[in-house]
Design a protein around this ligand. Sequence first.
Ligand SMILES: O=C[C@H](O)COP(=O)(O)O
Length: 253
Amino acid sequence: MRKTIIAGNWKMNHLGSDAKATITGLVSRIPQNVKSEVVIAPVFPYLPMAVEFTKGTPVHVAAQNMHWEESGAYTGEVSPAMLVDIGVTHVIIGHSERRTYFNETDETVNKKADAALKHGLIPIICCGETLEQRERGIMQSWIEGQIEKALKGLTAAAMTKVVIAYEPIWAIGTGKTATSAQAQEVCAIIRKKILALYGSVAADSVSVLYGGSVKGKNVAELTGSPDIDGGLVGGASLKVDDFMAIIENAVIK
Ligand SMILES: O=C[C@H](O)COP(=O)(O)O
């Protein structure tokens, strides 16, 4: 059975005082029996604080990136073991901003996904096409290729822990949301690809999220679609009211 997941990717936002206020505000409002899995992804320096303030609450903490190696001479990087050590449970992998600005490739995404799973971290693996790719009619082959390369070599058992986030690049931070029909079409393509690669147990357990200008007012329509199991939320996860509206309006299937 698939979980509904609402994950807030804070990106490079919030200084410590704002981070603290947002986390404490969120945990004070979120009901203990909230039906969706709620995840927040602050920047690295505030992860320990997020773990501390969410302890005993339904809110999980994600990192926005990590390296695949255990330790070593990788200046500026953070390993999966380090994230586990401080109590982080999820990690966003291969966000389009990392692919665009930091040379993240399908191969590094695959290494990170594998390392995350081996350390018991839930990887939220991102994929998505540009507007140009969509207009050229290569969206489907592009997405299928990203999925196949990101998941290469993973076991079917590990696959049941994986979360995929479909984020059309043209809808990120632009206020331009994919229609629920467009988002549903691609999330179904992703699930079919997982079915073909890993079988029905994996396809039925992988949560596929949509990301790109998700708000309280459009989340119900998006998550009401059969293959959309939640949202990866950027801008609207920075304010407690906005994020709560998304959590409250998400459809639990
Ligand atoms: O990771 C989140 C996405 O990039 C979506 O960002 P956005 O909700 O600000 O469009």
